[in-house]
Design a protein around this ligand. Structure first.
Ligand SMILES: Cc1ncc(COP(=O)(O)O)c(C=O)c1O
Length: 359
């Protein structure tokens, strides 16, 4: 079972050359696995700060004693790639050992352009490792590990795979595996070397695996492959577009400042200053049994988040949008009931394809 899982899981990264690790951990542990296996204390890494999850990853990088060169953007904006280009241009001595980027910043609903990062690295012929957090993107957004020359990509079981929390899924390129041979960061539980030893033996596990999550992963992958990964990605595109149309119809703003950064897995909705967005989330939970996401840190009280990733279909999303409309009315926002749902329906009715297995 593990052998076929390791083969199949590479498909969600769009990688044939990567080596996957299924680790009993969360996204945070997957971060640590990516960093400690490829880098040494004191190494200079460039990291983008655009929201709460990139902030937490940077905090981990600093606590692991890397020399973190932070490129900060306003929350709601994507990674500033012009600053990256200038840093790489100036770094002719190749002191930068890795670029760390969160593909989809779950706190603000911002998706970064990974192909553009690769282009910049190639333009300056810079050998830095390219480390990507794909926690809220992999299996939901277009993600091409091999084509974009990503060295370590990672996700967690609880996001687009729709599993319970508890498995970190990490995929390492041949270059990352090579780097792990000399990386000096202390690592024990997360050491890829132990996994690789057992992969060779064909017994696969250096410690007790989370067997229930392996069965879950098998089922999640089967469901995704049955629908077709590209169809899964297209479905996320539709869910996101429908959500954005509803937000527009309500007269509210997307936290994401430019269309090029719009996330197809989560939409952060900005509320007017006279409304506390946390009250919207509380109401959703207490009155309508609807789970919305809170605004985190800098955007606390200012945004609420609609998650639209994983095993979710269009009609389920419409239920959520209807719920949000009622909550908005409850908290005193002048919304016309049905306005967002109608905008979403008008779009979906023209764009939902037939279910291939039922034609
Ligand atoms: C983009 C991103 N990275 C990392 C994490 C951290 O993952 P975990 O909470 O599983 O440790 C999250 C959690 O939501 C996330 O959204």
């Amino acid at each position: 079972m593990t052998k076929t899982l390791l083969e199949d899981v590479k498909k969600i990264f769009k990688s044939t050359t990567g080596t996957p690790f299924l680790i009993p951990t969360t996204g945070t542990g997957a971060w640590e696995s990516a960093l400690t296996n490829t880098l040494s204390p004191g190494d200079r890494v460039v990291s983008f700060l655009i929201g709460q999850f990139s902030l937490l990853w940077i905090d981990q990088q600093q606590r692991l004693n890397f020399n973190v060169d932070v490129i900060e953007s306003e929350w709601g904006q994507g990674a500033n790639l012009e600053v990256l280009a200038s840093k790489l241009a100036a770094d002719t001595a190749h002191t930068i050992k890795a670029i760390c980027i969160v593909h989809n910043e779950t706190a603000t609903g911002v998706t970064n352009n990974l192909a553009a990062v690769r282009k910049i690295l190639d333009y300056y012929r810079h050998p830095a490792l390219f480390l990507v957090d794909g926690v809220s993107s992999i299996c939901a957004l277009d993600f091409r590990m091999d084509e974009w020359g990503i060295d370590v990509a990672l996700t967690g079981s609880q996001k687009a795979l729709s599993l319970p929390t508890g498995m970190g899924i990490v995929c390492a390129s041949p270059k990352a595996l090579e780097a792990s041979k000399t990386a000096k960061s202390v690592r024990v539980f997360f050491d890829w070397k132990d996994y690789l030893k057992f992969y060779k033996l064909g017994t696969f596990w250096p410690y007790t695996p989370s067997i229930q999550l392996l069965y879950g992963l098998r089922t999640a992958l089967d469901l995704i492959f049955e629908e077709g990964l590209d169809n899964v990605i297209a479905r996320h595109g539709r869910l996101a577009k429908a959500t954005r149309l509803a937000v527009e119809a309500w007269g509210l703003k997307n936290c994401t400042q430019k269309e090029e950064w719009y996330s197809d897995t989560v939409t952060a909705v900005v509320v007017p200053p006279y409304i506390d967005s946390s009250e919207i989330v509380r109401r959703g939970w207490k009155r309508y049994n609807l789970s919305l996401g809170l605004g985190l840190n800098k955007v606390a009280g200012k945004v609420f988040r609609i998650g639209h990733l994983g095993n979710l279909n269009e009609l389920q999303l419409l239920g959520c949008l209807a719920g949000v409309e009622m909550i908005l009315k409850d908290v005193g926002y002048p919304v016309k009931l049905g306005s967002g749902v109608a905008a979403a329906c008008a779009y979906l009715q023209n764009n939902i394809p037939m279910i291939p297995s039922r034609i």
